[in-house]
Design a protein around this ligand. Structure first.
Ligand code: GUN
Ligand code: ZN
Length: 429
């Protein structure tokens, strides 16, 4: 049993739409008791120290202990091409992404990048990701094996594409169904692994492939489904020409059984009214990827409007269309996008989105994304004075939010002073 001492931050509910006082909980001299990979108790340090006198103590002093970050949409195979210059979505895919993804038929290369990616994620305080793979089953085994070796809870799935991609990156409706089914049966529920059926996006799937994957999801409603939706205006116009009978972009998924709770829809920027109301009705998850949306030039996600309507929303890097591995930088970008939309998010809202909100978007909020008895012990220690620039601003802060906001806006992996995964302290690489 261990006792982690420090400042502690957690959430009793969602702070979105202004319920910050009711939702966010902060203790200056706090502690978290953990045992066998789970959180036993959270509270005042003195009280817990008296309650658990034999626990091994780790004193993080004024560092902030919170849940590890949950990154709800990434492409681990794009790790090595992150920050590639000058293209918008379709050109970016063709120029940088597809050639790199071709390499993942090589199991050794897939294993190398999967390990590199998860170590970068952990160094940035991210303890769970939902990742796309490539069309190659090897790429799926690689990320699940790398996560298993690190005891990380993870969501991943084989990316399915059978058109508008290089021949070496195309499967077929049948092979996409067969491979996804086999991988799902192999990995879903094994340790901390979750499978997500993964049609990349409707431009790279034929109607036959979408139908096959919709059928697979119908047969396995226990798994998640992840895809992209309405990221760029040009992409939406292309979808209209590829699916002339569809009412809108969402309908290309809905028609084939690919719209329901447990569906994760990345980007969701340029939504029509019908799409918004169907996504809400079905309790689908919208995944906001702000560094990607500015980096690829996609547009501004309507966080306040969609949150006010009650959508289930997660936050994500979208590595490597996103320009960073850090959820701190991603929160900063979400703040900046909010400013451009006329509605800046509070530090508590940003932090909730990066932890409990993303966990809820992945339907894992009963396990991860928060600090509470019974939750899995995926915990980070955040140094709120990790650089001279942050330290001098934090010194002026009048409360935890002002201090935390300086780290959100200016922090990076240097702010992550320690990471616990499944109750084990990780040596950061
Ligand atoms: N749409 C389809 N594939 C991708 C991808 O890999 N990244 C992003 N940002 N958008 C996509
Ligand atoms: Zn993506």
């Amino acid at each position: 049993m261990e006792l982690l001492r420090g400042q502690v931050l957690w959430f009793d509910g969602s702070p979105m739409n202004g319920n910050i006082e009711a939702a966010a909980r902060h203790i200056t001299h706090g502690a978290i008791a953990i045992d066998s990979g789970r959180i036993l108790a959270v509270g005042e340090a003195d009280t817990l120290a008296a309650q658990y006198p034999h626990a091994e103590s780790f004193d993080y002093k004024d560092h902030l202990l919170t849940a590890g970050f949950v990154d709800a949409h990434v492409h681990y195979p794009q790790t090595a091409i992150i920050a590639s210059w000058g293209k918008r979505l379709i050109d970016w895919l063709n120029t940088y992404t597809f050639p790199e993804e071709m390499r993942f038929g090589d199991a050794d290369y897939a294993a190398e990048i999967a390990a590199r990616y998860l170590d970068l994620a952990l160094a940035n305080g991210t303890t769970t990701v939902a990742s796309y793979c490539t069309i190659h089953p090897e790429s799926v085994d690689a990320i699940f094996e790398a996560a298993e070796a690190r005891q990380m809870r993870i969501v991943a799935g084989k990316t399915c594409m059978d058109r508008n991609a290089p021949a070496g990156l195309c499967d077929t409706p049948q092979s996409a169904y067969d491979d996804s089914k086999r991988l799902l049966e192999k990995w879903h529920g094994k340790g901390r692994a979750h499978y997500a059926i993964t049609p990349r996006f409707s431009p790279t799937s034929t109607p036959e492939q979408l139908e096959a994957l919709g059928a697979l999801w119908g047969e396995h409603p226990e798994v998640l489904m992840q895809t992209h939706l309405s990221e760029q205006v040009d992409e939406i116009a292309w979808v209209k020409t590829l699916f002339p009978d569809a009412r809108d972009y969402l309908d290309t998924y809905e028609y084939f059984g690919l719209l329901k709770s447990g569906g994760l829809y990345g980007h969701a920027i340029h939504l029509e009214e019908r799409e918004k109301s169907r996504l809400l009705e079905m309790d689908a998850s919208l995944i906001h990827c702000p560094t990607s949306n500015t980096f690829i030039g996609s547009g501004l996600f309507d966080m306040k409007g969609l949150a006010a309507d009650g959508h289930r929303i997660g936050l994500a890097t979208d590595t490597g269309g996103g320009s960073n591995f850090s959820m701190l930088r991603t929160m900063a970008a979400a703040y900046e996008v909010g400013q451009l939309n006329g509605s800046p998010l509070h530090a508590a809202e940003l932090y909730w989105l990066a932890t409990a909100g993303s966990a809820k978007a992945l339907h894992l909020d009963d396990k991860i994304g928060n600090i509470a008895p019974g939750m899995e012990a995926d915990i980070i220690a955040l140094d709120l004075a990790s650089t001279p620039a942050i330290a001098q601003r934090s010194a002026r802060a009048e409360d935890i939010w002002e201090s935390l906001f300086a780290t959100i806006m200016m922090g990076d992996d240097r702010a992550i002073s320690d990471v616990w995964v499944s109750g084990q302290r990780r040596a950061l690489t």
